[in-house]
Ligand binder design. Structure first.
Ligand code: GLU
Length: 473
């Protein structure tokens, strides 16, 4: 027996941004396909011309690209497949599995009201008439008697009585295909073996199974993933916070961190929480690991996972990703010297940042222009008795350190020795030095601050303060 190659797809409707729920669906499809040695395809479902925009398509592509999700083959645009959809509808007409419905909008309204009143599904009076009329018509699916069963890889076995399903429209009066028909035809044409999507489409799986069978096509394996809920357990909405993948990029999440978080949102592999490499995920990702209960967004966990990814990233790559945030802090681009200074500081910034935005804020002290503005609480240590005397003396000692000795270790020793020699607590010099060098912005261990600022910048900032060129009340 040969097993068919697994082919999955992500099929977003381009009506907005890449929703995090959609991004997660795409990830699940991607990892499952790769786990099975198969292919992952992208189909843009742009049949609803009124709601679909090129900008939304671009936003989805940008989001996928940023997340690092690549698809196999060419993008399929559903609107271009209309001829195939129409052909399938004609085949169904031919075989009697679909019929022409001539009901006028008024007739439809009263038929629907009737169906609602009796709690039955919609049936058109034209389903049993064979004569062709010279009137506009829609092509409707003739729902057969009986029941429809699917075995969903996430939700288990589900059975519907067919009498619950409307005779749905396949081709509108203007001849355009509907979503329900287009999805079936496209999935069939693309050779999709597994449909992994949000469980808001679960009932569509019942309807679509009927269309597959009517066309004598193999029904794909379904896997309907519960939707993401807000932290309060309610359906995810704007009031819970950002919904688009790009918003998480703009907050400062790294692609690997968001991928890891979304992957874990509703899928488990034992109790492993962190996944740093794609290969590792591909190895273990199965549909069986998808939870059948809705997952709740947990921003603390998202931060935690992101911080772990930041910590593990290569310094230069991390700087690259963080650059827009750093430029924002710097209010402009960085010259090469400043870039080098920040790059050297990355190992000290990494452990303190949950997001790239935080990382940039932690780097602020490296970016300040001389003379620094040091005011209010930040200037307090500079107003203490002896502060200036110590700053001057210490600055002189620091001047004597040769450029090659300007390292975290020798600076630390020099500061310690100074405090010991003058019989003062380290804070007595540490606080004014920190104030003079950072103006109260967040900073790591003092000796690191000096080492990373470099000799020239450190002495410059200290001298500014000693010369009174600093704080504004
Ligand atoms: N285009 C549909 C949506 O964005 C998805 C259809 C499907 O996955 O079958 O909700």
């Amino acid at each position: 027996m040969t097993t068919a190659k697994v082919i999955t797809r992500f099929a977003p409707s381009p009506t907005g941004f890449l929703h995090i729920g959609g991004a997660r669906t795409a990830l699940f499809n991607y990892y499952f396909a790769k786990h099975m040695g198969g292919e992952f395809h992208l189909r843009i479902e742009d049949t609803d011309k009124a709601r679909s925009t090129d900008a939304a398509t671009q936003a989805i592509l940008d989001g996928l690209n940023w997340l690092g999700l690549s698809y196999d083959g060419e993008i399929v645009y559903q609107s271009k497949n209309a001829p195939a959809h129409i052909k399938a509808a004609e085949a169904l007409l031919e075989s009697g599995k679909a019929y022409r419905c001539y009901a006028t909008p008024e007739e439809l309204e009263s038929l629907r009201a009737e169906a609602r009143e009796y709690g039955t599904a919609f049936r058109s009076p034209y389903r049993d008439k064979t004569e062709a009329l010279e009137k506009p018509f829609t092509v409707r699916f003739r729902v057969p008697d009986g029941e429809t069963k699917i075995s969903d890889a996430v939700q288990g076995d589900i059975i519907w009585q067919n009498k619950e399903f409307d005779d749905l429209v396949l081709l509108r009066a203007d001849g355009t295909p509907t979503y329900m028909l287009a999805v079936v035809v496209d999935d069939h044409d693309m050779g999709i073996t597994h449909v992994v999507r949000g469980d808001d489409h679960l009932i569509n799986a019942g309807r679509q199974s009927l269309i597959y069978k009517a066309l004598d096509w193999d029904v794909p394996i379904w896997a309907h993933v519960p939707l993401i809920h807000g932290p309060d357990g309610k359906k995810l909405s704007k009031r819970h916070g950002a919904l688009g993948a790009e918003a998480y990029r703009d907050i400062g999440y790294v692609p690997g961190g968001l991928r890891n978080y979304l992957l874990k949102l509703g899928w488990a592999h034992g109790d492993q929480e962190l996944f740093f490499s794609d290969d590792e995920i591909v190895k273990v990702f199965t549909l069986g690991g998808i939870n059948s209960a809705p997952a709740r967004l947990d921003f603390d966990k998202m931060d935690h996972i992101n911080s772990q990814h930041i910590l593990r990233m290569n310094d230069a790559e991390l700087l690259d990703l963080a650059m827009t945030f750093i430029e924002e802090e710097n209010q402009g681009p960085l010259d090469d010297a400043l870039k080098a200074r920040v790059l050297a500081a990355i190992p000290t910034l990494k452990p303190r940042a949950k997001t790239l935005k935080e990382l940039a804020a932690q780097a602020k002290y490296l970016l300040l222009n001389r003379p620094l503005e040091i005011s209010g609480k930040a200037a307090k240590p500079l107003r203490k008795p002896d502060a200036m005397t110590h700053l001057s003396a210490l600055t002189n000692e620091l001047k004597s350190l040769e450029g090659t000795e300007w390292s975290e270790g020798s600076i630390q020793t020099l500061l310690q020795n100074y405090a010991t020699r003058h019989d003062i607590g380290f804070g007595k010099i540490g606080q004014p030095v920190r104030a003079a060098l950072t103006g109260g912005t967040p900073s790591p261990d003092l000796s690191w601050v000096l080492a990373l600022l470099g000799k020239q910048e450190t002495l410059g900032r200290l001298t500014d303060v000693i010369d009174g060129e600093f704080y504004k009340e």
